[in-house]
Design a protein around this ligand. Structure first.
Ligand SMILES: [Fe+2]
Length: 207
């Protein structure tokens, strides 16, 4: 796809879906708590393919997906050179973090953490697996989500979580439920096409 077409599709695909009517609120991507499992174990392989770990033969277990999108400002202009730092549970719902006491197994072929920069048109893309849900206390579960820390000088830093569309656990998730419908829409990736391609655009506020 040509660059211009990519931008247009992307912007219309996500933002217009949220802001119906005549008011273009240009809302930023809502923030969410960091959670306890930001990675603390140094890791050399932080590339955009989380389904493979450098130096190991094998592929992560679970349903492989691509997540792509653009980082935009509130005027919907692409933002280049944004640091996108993301981490998530593996397909069993286990974080590769020493403080995660969930009995679900570690997946030695899952990278679990990636850091990348947005390109000239604000674009980014990574390959991963759908994270598993995990228990929270006795009778709650976190719905599948990916954590993001997003930063660039001149923009308000953003900590957030990305959700999956129509997941059965979304409506039971304490954090997800607390958001308004418009916020939920901005925090939820869109499934596009048939090949496990998810679109997730991020809107940052200038300082
Ligand atoms: Fe989490």
């Amino acid at each position: 796809m040509k660059r211009r077409a990519f931008i247009k599709t992307s912007v219309l695909g996500t933002v217009a879906g949220v802001f119906t009517g005549t008011v273009q609120a240009k809302m930023t991507t809502p923030s969410e708590v960091e959670g306890p499992f930001y990675p603390i174990t140094p890791q050399k392989d932080q590339d955009a393919d989380l389904t493979r770990v450098a130096g190991k033969e094998g592929i992560a277990k679970g349903e492989i997906i691509d997540v792509f999108g653009q980082v935009l400002d509130t005027d919907l202009k692409p933002v280049e050179g944004v640091t996108i730092d993301l981490w998530q549970a593996n397909s069993f719902g286990k974080y590769h973090h020493p403080h995660d006491t969930n009995s679900a197994p570690v997946d030695k072929h899952f990278q679990a953490w990636a850091i990348m920069q947005s390109g000239a048109e604000g674009q980014f893309k990574f390959k991963t697996v759908i994270p598993g849900a995990y228990p929270l206390g006795r009778n709650q579960q976190r719905t599948p989500h990916i954590h993001f820390k997003i930063a660039k000088n001149g923009y308000v830093p953003l900590l957030t979580q990305m959700y999956f569309p129509n997941h059965q656990l979304n409506e039971q998730d304490g954090l997800f439920r607390r958001k308004s419908v418009a916020e939920q829409a901005m925090m939820t990736a869109k499934l596009v096409g048939k090949n496990n391609q998810y679109q997730y655009d991020i809107i940052l506020e200038k300082v």
